[in-house]
Ligand binder design. Structure first.
Ligand SMILES: NC(=O)C1=CN([C@@H]2O[C@H](COP(=O)(O)OP(=O)(O)OC[C@H]3O[C@@H](n4cnc5c(N)ncnc54)[C@H](OP(=O)(O)O)[C@@H]3O)[C@@H](O)[C@H]2O)C=CC1
Ligand SMILES: CC(C)(CO)C(=O)C(=O)O
Length: 295
């Protein structure tokens, strides 16, 4: 049994926390608001209920073997005090976030030399209320190879979440970004779920963002095959029309959005590798404007 402090019991934090409780670990949820029960439900199934340990002040935290960071990328500076209290000597930190900069996001807020495990998480989840989450279809996590990666994978044995190490984490990250960058931007800008891909010209906007993402990802070392464009576009076009994603949910709730981690990253890396990204250059300021107007 591992002792785990989980920072950010939102959609991902609640679902992953439920998996860790299923696996028999001692999980402390670090939250802004207290709750006493956790309900984790796979769509169309009955919920699994847990009584949970929730703390709302960093000084109430006890020592942990693992600290899981499950806040949105733009929320990391806001949890600096939690990280300061939670990351005691020997604790490993896992960062469960979209994008390709999980390590860079958290590094400035933990002591030098802390073992940081970046995690790519495929787990479509939606938090309905504090301590209540619904997830669907897939529950999978990827971490880099190595001792810390193996230890992270072992945490989920006996749970509904499948974790595995991958020898090519860079490719794994960019593959996920090839889904997140186009779909996040299109849904957040239109305020419509994935069915909007069938509106005139919209799939072409998604395709253009995807094409830039693939070009920049390849320059960044990801192995992205030639068929990826058609595969990803087919996935968008065949998804249920009402399906959203986490950036769409943020937009609809009037919350800030992960435009930097999911779209501006294409500009940053494109500039670094000398690759033109004209469509992202149009999309990013629009996303930023919406995100900051709502903040
Ligand atoms: N949702 C999804 O389907 C998926 C999301 N992801 C990625 O996972 C990451 C997390 O996303 P998601 O779970 O959707 O995000 P949510 O917005 O659902 O959850 C974020 C959580 O962090 C908490 N939080 C934020 N700031 C603080 C703070 N200062 N102190 C304490 N708690 C804080 C929020 O608390 P409060 O409730 O008080 O706001 C909330 O519980 C993102 O990078 C996202 O892109 C990846 C795959 C799928
Ligand atoms: C692709 C998806 C929907 C689920 O894994 C996601 O990453 C998100 O909603 O941010």
């Amino acid at each position: 049994m591992a002792r785990i402090s989980l920072i950010g019991p939102g959609a991902i934090g609640s679902a992953v926390g439920g998996a860790l409780l299923d696996a028999g670990h001692e999980v402390t949820f670090c939250a802004r608001k207290a709750f006493t029960r956790l309900s984790v439900r796979k769509e169309d199934e009955r919920p699994k209920m847990h009584l949970v340990n929730v703390v709302t002040a960093p000084e109430d935290l006890s020592e942990a073997d693992w600290v899981l960071v499950c806040v949105k990328t733009y929320q990391v500076p806001g949890v600096a005090d939690w990280l300061k209290a939670a990351v005691t000597p020997g604790a490993k930190v896992a960062v469960l976030q979209n994008g390709i900069e999980q390590r860079e996001n958290v590094e400035p807020f933990v002591p030098e030399g802390t073992e940081i495990v970046p995690v790519i998480i495929d787990l479509p989840a939606s938090r309905k209320a504090p301590g209540e989450v619904v997830w669907k279809r897939i529950a999978q996590a990827f971490v880099p190879e190595g001792e810390a990666g193996k230890a992270f994978v072992a945490l989920f044995e006996g749970s509904f979440l499948t974790a595995e190490t991958t020898e090519d984490f860079v490719t794994r990250g960019w593959l996920k970004l090839c889904n997140n960058a186009p779909s996040g931007a299109v849904l957040a800008l239109t305020g419509l779920p994935l069915g909007v891909m069938h509106s005139p010209g919209v799939a072409e906007v998604a395709r253009a963002i995807l094409t830039e993402c693939i070009a920049v990802g390849r320059a960044d070392g990801a192995k992205l095959d030639d068929e990826l464009i058609e595969r990803q576009m087919q996935a968008f076009l065949s998804a249920p029309a009402q399906e959203g994603n986490s950036m769409y949910e943020d937009r609809m709730a009037g919350r800030p959005m992960e435009w930097s981690a999911r779209n501006a990253v294409i500009l940053r890396k494109g500039e670094k590798h000398g690759i033109a990204t004209p469509v992202s250059a149009v999309v990013v300021p629009l996303l930023q404007a919406i995100s900051e107007a709502k903040a």
